[in-house]
Design a protein. Structure first.
Length: 231
């Protein structure tokens, strides 16, 4: 049966049973905002966190050979207050296409102890997102995606100016930015972004929202410098 497509107003409720079964054998993708929050909570620089707790150059949380998340302890998640968006959304999946947001219920672990709401429940996807404190994470993910889209558009515009070299230009610019492939890339390493933009000596941000604004400013400068040939 096809998954039911839901929106924020759709009826939905779920109460986690803290069984930790969803913390195994997963691929939890993370973004720089989540890396920054997790790293700061552990007293680590972003690069240290990437080296110690991620895979694929900072794209995914690291899971051990036993299949458990790096942060799964004897009593459950050890970084629960700073858990990534994917963990906050579970058991929902989210898609955003052409500005249209939809949700669908993921297939839970067969022994998941979480409880779904009854048919008469007044809960909704929107109330679930608020309960999970997911809204700041959703905003950060969308704004980071916007920065990536700006980068890709700038690369295409530069390639269009030199059609004969378009493939070469795309390759060189993507290698320069290292988006999503290099642990030291400013597209993954928040601290590297601030350093390359000359913002690393700015007073440390007081909260995650202020940090996000500073980081996006750094990415904007990074894009402009590289596409202008100054990076």
């Amino acid at each position: 049966m096809p998954a039911k497509i839901m929106r924020r107003a759709s009826a939905f409720s779920f109460s986690c049973g803290r069984c930790s079964r969803c913390c195994r054998q997963q691929a939890i993708q993370i973004n720089p905002y989540e890396i920054w929050r997790l790293a700061r909570s552990l007293g680590l620089a972003a690069s240290q966190f990437i080296d110690r707790h991620t895979s694929n150059g900072g794209l995914f949380l690291r899971f051990g050979q036993d299949g458990a998340c790096d942060f799964l302890g004897e009593t459950g998640c050890m970084v629960h207050a700073q858990r990534p968006l994917a963990c906050r959304l579970y058991p929902l999946g989210r898609s955003l296409e052409n500005g249209h947001e939809t949700f669908e219920r993921l297939e839970p672990h067969p022994d998941c102890q979480g409880r779904r709401g009854s048919r008469g429940s007044r809960g909704s996807v929107a109330s679930f997102l608020e309960e999970q404190e997911a809204l700041p994470y959703l905003e950060a993910a969308e704004r980071y995606a916007g920065a990536i889209n700006k980068l890709l558009a700038a690369i295409e515009a530069e390639a269009a100016r030199q059609p004969a070299l378009s493939a070469l230009i795309r390759r060189e610019l993507l290698q320069k930015t290292g988006a999503g492939t290099d642990p030291r890339s400013p597209w993954v390493d928040w601290d590297a972004a601030l350093a390359q933009a000359g913002l690393d000596e700015t007073c440390p941000p007081r909260d995650p929202r202020e940090a996000l604004e500073l980081y996006l400013t750094a990415l904007e400068k990074w894009i402009d410098d590289h596409i202008a040939g100054n990076g």
